[in-house]
Ligand binder design. Structure first.
Ligand code: C5P
Length: 242
């Protein structure tokens, strides 16, 4: 499988066509960004840690019946994936109130959210990812009601699997963001990545942060140790490639 032309260069990943038309090659770069890309640093091996963590999580989800775009890790930071037409929605699931939720709404930090909140934001940097609702999504022509329902159902299933998966590693899954896309047959699959870049992960005992929030708070020298901690806890020694 060989890399062909670049089709999308995002803030932290580059997506290439491959010699196989229905597959893409996703390169996870070592960039870390915050504030809509306003701040950017390079962190050694960050791409590889995120790709390996993401691959592991996608495999766990596949075992739980959730179809993903993941096919294989070609190199520690390079993933082979099914080609999808991505849906420009960031589906956010929240189990504990923090972040933008407590900034924008009268709800106390740390409140347990039962049932979890499912929120959909428009993935568009120019408009700063505004929150959507069903009628906005339909008016903008982003998805149908049936598709919105599928996204919601899949996001909640992913949450249920991952809350358990992380709990076994002594980690609380506070909230996370996922993205979906359609394959050539129109099936909706989980795409993009699930890594400490797009999740809030807290140590179950100490409640220490183990994710990109450290970088958002300017703790640049602590953030990679947190990613490596997540890697060490969820990747068995036999699967460690870095
Ligand atoms: O900032 P906020 O509280 O809305 O973030 C909720 C969750 O979604 C967090 O886990 C964050 O990492 C993730 N997120 C993301 N990309 C964005 C916005 C939020 O991965 N553009």
């Amino acid at each position: 499988m060989d890399k062909k032309e670049l089709i999308n260069s995002g803030k932290v990943k580059s997506v290439y066509n491959s010699t196989d038309d229905d597959k893409v090659i996703i390169e996870f770069r070592d960039d870390m960004t915050a504030g809509d890309g306003a701040r950017k640093e390079v962190m050694t091996n960050k791409g590889a840690y995120n790709a390996i963590i993401s691959a592991k999580i996608f495999k766990v989800l596949e075992e739980n019946g959730i179809e993903t775009q993941f096919i294989d890790l070609l190199e520690p930071n390079v993933m082979l994936a099914k080609k999808l037409e991505m849906i420009p929605i960031e589906v956010i699931v929240r189990n504990i109130a923090t972040g933008s939720l407590v900034r924008k709404y009268p709800i106390d930090e740390g409140t347990r959210l039962e049932p979890p909140i499912v929120q959909m934001d428009f993935k568009d940097d120019e408009y700063h990812d505004p929150m959507l609702n069903d009628s906005l999504i339909k008016a903008l022509g982003i998805a149908t009601q049936e598709e919105i329902d599928i996204l919601t159902e899949k996001a909640l299933e992913i949450n249920e699997s991952l809350v358990k998966f992380f709990a076994d590693a002594g980690i609380i899954l506070v909230d996370f963001k996922v993205e979906f896309g359609k394959d050539a047959e129109g099936n909706i699959l989980l795409g993009d990545e699930i890594s400490p870049d797009g999740c809030r992960l807290w140590d179950s005992e100490t409640l220490d942060m183990l994710d990109k929030e450290l970088f958002r708070k300017g703790k640049d020298n602590e953030v990679m140790d947190a990613y490596v901690e997540v890697y060490n806890r969820i990747i068995p020694d036999s699967e460690k490639v870095i």
